[in-house]
Design a protein around this ligand. Structure first.
Ligand code: FPP
Length: 235
């Protein structure tokens, strides 16, 4: 049986340079413990920090997380405020010596000035780092594509090709994800990286996001390396 590897046995190469996570199951994690949903998000933020650290140790150059979708505003205000609060406190304690470039994917214009300024400063201050952490916040894949077309229209661009679109997405600094992981037993894309996932591998697990630890990450990576990727061609 696979999945007994230790950290030292997990090797990542250029085939896995970008991994993305749909961090699902925070609410269920909290419910199982009779805790408020925001307690699940708090634990989810801990898991997020651990997973990002581990990906960085493994040499994965780009990590993307889906932290808040354009649809998540429909949730109760208390829950929305809790998630925004977690992002705020995370930004406050970011260690900028880690060679990680922070990029926020999504529409920042509706966020409050304080948070937006913090996000933009962090993006500016880490601009020259070589690894990337994309945090999708107030993000939706369809609106990202619409936004790209509107930018192209404003530039007067005609005869649009795939490269034009890719270079006008929020993810323009990253190559497409090699692997997309979704936790909590849900097998759908939920408006995440719709353009970029064309050739991504998917990994779904029952594990709830707050329980997603380095062992779970290794399982996802092992699964990725067990697959053949032909990108539509033949080997
Ligand atoms: C989905 O689980 C999760 C979210 C909508 C929020 C994810 C946010 C975090 C993990 C915190 C991120 C923090 C930072 C610092 C970026 P759900 O609530 O829909 O779970 P459920 O399906 O079990 O209800």
């Amino acid at each position: 049986m696979l999945f007994h590897k230790k950290a030292s046995e997990i090797k990542v190469d250029d085939r896995l340079s970008h991994i993305a996570f749909i961090m699902d199951g925070n609410g269920r994690w909290a419910k199982k413990r009779s805790l408020p949903r925001k307690a699940g998000h708090k634990q989810g933020a801990v898991a997020f920090e651990n997973v990002v650290r581990e990906c960085n140790k493994l040499g994965i150059k780009t990590v993307t997380v889906y932290a808040f979708s354009t649809e998540n505003w429909k949730r109760p205000k208390e829950e929305v405020d809790a998630i925004i609060g977690l992002l705020n406190s995370y930004i406050d304690k970011v260690d900028k010596s880690k060679d990680i470039r922070f990029i926020f994917l999504g529409n920042k214009s509706v966020l409050d000035d304080g948070l937006r300024n913090k996000m933009e400063s962090l993006e500016r201050e880490t601009l020259n780092c070589s690894n990337i952490l994309n945090i999708a916040f107030n993000y939706g894949g369809r609106s990202e594509i619409v936004n790209a077309f509107n930018e192209l229209a404003r530039e007067g661009k005609t005869d649009i090709d795939e490269n034009d679109i890719s270079t006008h997405l929020y993810t323009r600094a990253s190559k497409d994800p090699d692997l997309i992981v979704r936790t909590a037993n849900e097998c759908r894309i939920s408006n995440f990286l719709l353009w970029q996932c064309a050739y991504s591998e998917f990994y779904f697990t029952d594990t709830l996001w707050p329980d997603f630890d380095k062992k779970e990450l290794y399982k996802a990576i092992e699964s990725f390396y067990s697959r053949k990727r032909n990108f539509g061609g033949i080997k």
